[in-house]
Design a binder for this molecule. Structure first.
Ligand SMILES: *Cc1c(COP(=O)(O)O)cnc(C)c1O
Length: 410
């Protein structure tokens, strides 16, 4: 009989969102008249920007005539999109990238997972706790870990606690790791890293020959000046960091699918014989073999995000979500809750009142306010006692949800 990959059996069976769904279903069946407001899952709700939509349509029309028809595109992405990213996404930050350093893909989730293909299994890996579950679970899937303990920590991974005490920016590990995942602005805590915070990580990585996987999926939501949008704004980062970016949250592409990964040419890792070798070349080889590129109309749409008109419109939607975030944050603070995030990220990370557990608070808001968020403990043991609300809802729902929570806690 064929053998399956036993590593998958170590995973806690997709617990968080199915369990939320189960509890919501039980409640709504018992209370069919309740109008439930969902501010849980991190998905966007507002339509694509008109300029982006037009470019998308034009891209489809190109496929209708022989002269403009496109078949397979470059596995790395079309030059028109890579050029737009170099000029509009990175140059304004003072970051100069070469065309060969950007790889367009159909999502950051898959890139964050697939990147493990080009690293040896015996690398020591550190992830934050709480964390975007993809980083943890993909390391389990490839076989880098043992079993999970009672708390949910997998043997062999280093967990960096992000707590109220350290303002959700973890301390640099006191031991040597080879790979560290960082996500700023952070999902789920909404925390950001300052230039000084990131410099510490870059210095650590350079001193330890480590590689940083920097997930910048939410960089477009930074509102405060001075907060880095890219790890490459930090001197030396091109020698130690891979950056992931996505159009998903930035421009409402969660259903359209487009993202990018940056691997600078000077980023090296060690071969089995102790020689230095280019990760950029290896990733290019990996993508050319296992990936056939993002569809042409999607890349046309993505490039339009960085047109003058496109960016103005995309920014309006981001501002709309960040106004939601402000309303949620200020509303909950007025209700007496301790609240984090929501200033440079579309997530509000609130401390549950009176030391309530994350799931108890979830049940309370569901049954008493008919509002659904995400229990913090679902993102890792250090998320216990916290609860995440997303700012991606429609304005009316956000206002209604906050009003109900305020009245409930008053
Ligand atoms: C939403 C999200 C992404 C984006 O994933 P896509 O596959 O590009 O949609 C990446 N990282 C984090 C932390 C996210 O929350």
């Amino acid at each position: 009989m064929a053998r399956l990959n036993d590593n998958y059996l170590k995973l806690k069976a997709g617990y968080l969102f199915p369990e939320i769904g189960r509890r919501v279903k039980v409640f709504s069946e018992a209370n069919p008249e309740a109008k439930i407001i969902r501010l849980g899952i991190g998905d966007v709700t507002q339509p694509l920007a008109p300029a982006v939509l037009k470019a998308f349509h034009d891209g489809v029309d190109d496929l209708a005539n022989t002269d403009d028809f496109k078949g397979y595109g470059p596995e790395q992405g079309y030059e028109f999109l890579i050029d737009a990213l170099i000029e509009k996404a990175y140059k304004p930050l003072g970051v100069e990238l070469k065309k060969s350093e950007i790889f367009v893909s159909d999502g950051s989730k898959c890139d964050c997972a697939n990147i493990l293909d080009i690293f040896a299994l015996d690398n020591k890996v550190a992830i934050c706790d709480p964390v975007y579950p993809v980083y943890n679970d993909t390391n389990v899937m490839v076989g880098r870990t043992g079993e999970a303990d009672d708390k949910g920590y997998y043997e062999g991974l280093t967990y960096l606690a992000c707590t109220e005490d350290n303002h959700f920016t973890p301390a640099i590990p006191d031991k040597k790791v080879d790979i560290v995942y960082l996500c700023y602005p952070n999902n789920p805590t909404g925390a950001v890293a300052t230039r000084e915070d990131l410099k510490k990580w870059v210095d650590y990585a350079l001193a330890n020959d480590a590689v940083i996987f920097f997930d910048a999926a939410y960089e477009a939501f930074i509102t405060e000046p001075g907060i880095p949008h890219s790890i490459y704004e930090i001197e030396g980062a091109k020698r130690c960091a891979i950056e992931f970016r996505s159009f998903s949250k930035t421009a409402g592409f969660t259903g359209v699918r487009c993202a990018l990964t940056v691997i600078p040419e000077e980023l090296m890792a060690e071969t089995g014989n102790g020689e230095k070798s280019s990760l950029n070349k290896l990733w290019n080889r990996r993508q050319s073999t296992k990936f056939n590129g993002v569809s042409y109309p999607v890349q046309k749409a993505a490039a339009a995000v960085y047109s003058e008109e496109g960016w103005t419109q995309v920014k309006e939607t981001i501002d709309y979500y960040m106004e939601n975030a402000r309303l949620i944050r200020e509303g909950l603070e007025a209700a007496g809750l301790t609240v984090y995030g929501g200033v440079n990220a579309p997530y509000i990370w609130l401390k549950t009142p009176n030391g309530m557990s994350s799931w108890d608070f979830f049940d309370k808001l569901l049954s008493e306010c008919h509002v659904v968020g995400t229990p913090g403990s679902g993102f890792g043991p250090s998320g216990e006692g916290f609860y995440r609300l997303s700012a991606f809802g429609g304005r009316e729902n956000v206002l209604e949800a906050i009003d109900r929570i305020k009245k409930n806690l008053a």
